[in-house]
Design a protein around this ligand. Structure first.
Ligand SMILES: Nc1nc2c(c(=O)[nH]1)N[C@H]1C(S)=C(S)[C@@H](COP(=O)(O)O)O[C@H]1N2
Ligand SMILES: [Mo]
Length: 524
């Protein structure tokens, strides 16, 4: 048997193992996908700089790239196991079992994992893989399917290179390729089927069926002129489907509102637990808040503005009774992510909330369904826990997920501005052209934006009507563009009269700073 044939047998076997594991996980519902589990462990164990690099260079593609990487590595291991199986079939089988064992071990890192179900998924996957390996090795050696008469074909291995028997050899090889290809195709189908069964579809229906309560305190109505509606300018509210997404979850956690609970615990007098129905019965507020990621580069798009609806954190903290020394509020997600910020912030800011809705709709799965934290003025990595499972009151020594990975313990959002129009590097016609963008300094608000073209003076831009200090503000400056290349900069002044700093810093450890600068080409 050639190495290539053996490698194919290995790949088909591991594909069968993974496919069956995914299918079983999908059917069992509460069992994890082993592939995703391995990916999650990779995400949580890579050094902080690598994770930052991945977010910075791959952006939204980071997860597909990681999954593709896992599949490529699995394929290489599978090929190796196939080659090993030529001489040491039992050892190769043990390799597949070990492979499944790693997946089972990885899944233990996920707090949702039911150990027995995980083991079941792994064992069924491994058993299928080993069975397929033995079957394919047999077909490759004998050129026939098990149980078929020996006369049907001669062993491929012995006949290789024997020209006059080529016809029979080809038949044997075809049989092998058919079985290997068929198994792989079935494995892919099983995997896709498992993914579909894993609940995404039904979650969509569940979310669509939720009726939101009317908030007891509504957000201010949007004043006319708050959205300048200039073509190319970021809209005042970011539609949910365009809202940036950043998290460590390789697969969006699927949370069912029947079993979900929110715990308020730790350094409190009266810990308590709320079901989704109970949370939805509490008085809710509405607030317009701009959320930003600490990984957002100057000029980047990891920032968005939404109308959030939910239960004020303050109400939950009052009910629990925060104890002396509980200086940190740590949000913990169903998948074990944590983010912490000063308790005082939650007590001071009445808009800090357990959000259940975004722009008038229940939270989309990607943005934390059924509930998440939203705190004005803090970067998401210290505050905005999605798929919230617990609110823990602790002292300041406990660190959230990102802190040991090279990010600052405190994450106030820096005053920033962004130029949306013209697009960086765009070519525009000479004459009157808009320069426009957004600026944000949540909790402080934006009082001014200035724009400078080349070495000219700083000129005050027109500001859109103010909506709320917690959200970004659009700005606009008409510009008489002259032919040639031009450099445009902007800077914002916050509600305390502080101008955003010119000092350029990288995103780590506490957020990028510096003026946004774009270059444009103006044609006569
Ligand atoms: N459970 C969970 N919540 C999380 C994260 C995460 O990785 N897991 N990432 C945080 C970060 S870094 C940011 S910037 C915001 C992003 O929220 P969004 O994806 O809804 O825009 O979510 C925060 N909440
Ligand atoms: Mo973030």
């Amino acid at each position: 048997m050639s190495r290539g044939t053996a490698a194919l047998a290995g790949i088909a076997s591991v594909a069968a193992a993974l496919g069956v594991a995914e299918l079983v996980a999908g059917v069992l519902q509460r069992a994890p996908s082993l592939i995703i589990a391995v990916g999650d462990v990779v995400i949580d164990s890579v050094p902080g700089w690598l994770e930052r690099w991945a977010i910075a260079t791959l952006g939204r593609a980071d997860k597909p790239v990681l999954l593709a990487g896992i599949l490529v590595v699995s394929t290489l291991i599978a090929a190796g196991l196939g080659i090993l199986a030529r001489r040491r079939q039992v050892l190769a089988a043990a390799g597949i079992a070990l492979f499944a064992g790693l997946g089972i071990a990885a899944a233990q890192a996920d707090p949702r994992g039911a150990v027995l179900l995980t083991v079941l998924v792994g064992v069924l996957g491994a058993a299928t893989g080993i069975g397929v390996l033995f079957l394919l090795m047999g077909v490759a050696r004998t050129g026939r399917l098990p149980g078929r008469a020996a006369s049907e074909a001669i062993p491929v291995a012995r006949a290789e290179g024997v020209a006059e028997r080529a016809g029979t050899v080809d038949a044997g090889r075809r049989r092998f390729l058919t079985v290997a290809g068929g198994t792989t195709a079935l494995a892919v189908l099983a995997g896709v089927g498992g993914f579909l069964l894993s609940g995404r579809e039904r979650l969509g229906e569940l979310i669509a069926s939720i009726r939101l309560p009317v908030p007891v305190r509504r957000a201010e109505p949007v004043p006319p002129g708050a959205d300048l509606e200039i073509p190319g300018l970021t809209p005042l509210f970011t539609p949910n489907e365009d809202f940036y997404r950043i998290d460590t979850a390789l697969r969006v956690p699927i949370v069912d509102t029947e079993s979900w609970q929110l715990q308020v615990r730790g350094m409190v007098d009266e810990p308590f637990t709320l079901t989704y129905a109970e949370l939805m019965e509490l008085p809710q507020i509405e607030a317009d808040i701009t959320l930003a990621c600490v990984s957002n580069e100057v000029g980047g798009d990891l920032v968005g503005n939404a109308r959030w609806q939910g239960v004020p954190l303050r109400a939950l903290l009052d009910r629990a009774g925060v104890q002396e020394g509980a200086t940190q509020l740590l949000g913990r997600s169903v998948d074990g992510f944590t983010a912490g910020f000063p308790t005082i912030t939650a007590l001071d800011l009445e808009e800090a909330m357990v959000a259940v809705a975004m722009n008038g709709e229940p939270l989309p799965a990607e943005h934390g369904f059924p509930a998440r934290l939203v705190v004005p003025g803090l970067y998401g990595y210290v505050s905005a826990t999605k798929w919230l499972a617990a609110i823990e009151l602790t002292d300041w020594d406990v660190d959230g997920y990102w802190i040991p990975r090279g990010w600052a313990k405190e994450g106030p959002i820096k005053t920033q501005s962004r130029i949306d129009v013209p697009r960086p590097g765009a070519t525009v016609a000479a004459g009157r052209q808009p320069i426009a963008g957004v600026a944000w300094a949540p909790t402080r608000g934006i009082e001014g934006v200035e724009v400078r073209v080349d070495d000219g003076p700083w000129r005050a831009a027109e500001l859109a009507e103010r909506l709320d200090v917690d959200c970004w503000r659009q700005w606009y400056l008409p510009w008489d563009a002259t032919a040639g290349r031009h450099v445009i900069r902007a800077r914002a002044t916050d509600g305390r009269g502080e101008v955003q700093t010119d000092e350029r810093t990288p995103v780590a450890p506490d957020g990028a700073s510096g003026y946004p600068i774009i270059e444009v080409e103006v044609q006569a």
